[in-house]
Write a protein of this length. Structure first.
Length: 279
C-alpha cells in the first residue's frame, strides 16, 4: 500500500510538460524583458538612475501618470461594476449591442481611439464645443487624459466582474430579503463580498493598462512638460534622443511604482478571499 502511494503519479496528465512550456513562455515573454530592463539599470548604476529620475520634469510626469491612472481605475471599478450588473441581470432592447460596445476599446487601435477622442473633445469638437461654451476645456488638459484612460480601461473591470455576477443566484438575494435584510444590507453583506475578488482583479488590470497607456493619450493630452506630459512619452523622447540609459531609468521607476501598487492590491484581494472563505 505504501509503495503504491509512493509510485502514484499526479492526477493531471502532462503536468510536467505543461509546466515546462509554461515556465519557458513565461521566461521568454515576461521574465527576460524585465530582467533586461533591470540589467540595463544596473549597468547604468543606481546613481545614474536616480539622477535621471530625480528631476522636476520626470517626477511631474510620473505623478501625473500614476495619479490619473489610479483615478481612472477607481472610476472604472464603480461604473464598470454597475455596467456589468445591468448586462448580467437585466434584459432590455439593445442589450447585445451594448454588450458588444463594451469590447470596442479592446479591438480599436489606441492611436485611432486617441484621434477619435481628440476630435470629440477638442474645443471645436461636439462635446468640446459644449464644454467651451460652459467655460472649461477638456482636450489638452488632465481631463482629456483621464477620459482616455477610462476609455481603454473600462472593459477590464466589466468583463472580469460580469461572469461572477451571472453566477450569483437571485435566490441568495431573495433569501436575504426573506430574513428581513434591507437592500443596502444585502448589498454590503451578500453581494459585495462575493464580487470583491473579481472587482479588485478588474481594478488591477485597468490600473496596469492605464499606467502604460500611450497611443490614446498623446493625441488628447497636449504633451505640455510639467502639465500634461505622461511618463511613457518621456521614455519615447529618451529613445528618440538615443538616451537608452535614461529611458531604462524612467522605465525602472515606473516598474517599481506599478509593482508596489499591484502588490498592495493583490494583498487586499487575498485578504478579501480569506474573509469570505475562499483561500
Amino acid at each position: 500500500m505504501g509503495l503504491a502511494l509512493q509510485t502514484q503519479r499526479s492526477p493531471m496528465p502532462g503536468f510536467g510538460l505543461g509546466m515546462g512550456i509554461t515556465l519557458t513562455m513565461l521566461s521568454l515573454i515576461v521574465i527576460l524583458p524585465v530582467g533586461a530592463l533591470l540589467a540595463k539599470g544596473v549597468s547604468y548604476g543606481p546613481a545614474g538612475v536616480w539622477d535621471t529620475v530625480n528631476t522636476p520634469r520626470v517626477w511631474a510626469a510620473l505623478y501625473l501618470s500614476f495619479r490619473l491612472a489610479f483615478l481612472a481605475a477607481l472610476f472604472n471599478l464603480v461604473f464598470g461594476t454597475l455596467l456589468a450588473w445591468v448586462l448580467a441581470r437585466y434584459e432590455f432592447p439593445g442589450r447585445r449591442l451594448v454588450d458588444a460596445i463594451v469590447d470596442l476599446p479592446f479591438a480599436l487601435p489606441t492611436a485611432v481611439a486617441g484621434i477619435a477622442l481628440t476630435a470629440l473633445y477638442a474645443p471645436n469638437g461636439v462635446l468640446g464645443g459644449i464644454a467651451k461654451s460652459l467655460g472649461f476645456k477638456i482636450a489638452y488638459t488632465e481631463w482629456g487624459i483621464l477620459i482616455a484612460l477610462i476609455f481603454v480601461g473600462l472593459p477590464f473591470v466589466t468583463r472580469t466582474v460580469q461572469p461572477v455576477i451571472a453566477e450569483i443566484e437571485t435566490e441568495v438575494e431573495e433569501a436575504s430579503a426573506t430574513l428581513g435584510a434591507g437592500r443596502f444590507y444585502t448589498l454590503r453583506r451578500v453581494i459585495l463580498p462575493a464580487l470583491a475578488p473579481a472587482a479588485l482583479t478588474g481594478f488591477a488590470l485597468s490600473l496596469a493598462r492605464a499606467v502604460g497607456e500611450y497611443g490614446s493619450v498623446i493625441f488628447i493630452a497636449g504633451n505640455l512638460p510639467m502639465k500634461t506630459e505622461i511618463a511613457p512619452l518621456l521614455i519615447v523622447i529618451k529613445l528618440e534622443e538615443f538616451d537608452y540609459d535614461g529611458a531604462a531609468a524612467i522605465g525602472i521607476a515606473m516598474l517599481l511604482i506599478a509593482f508596489s501598487m499591484l502588490l498592495v492590491i493583490n494583498l487586499i484581494q487575498i485578504w478579501s478571499r480569506r474573509r469570505i472563505g475562499h483561500v
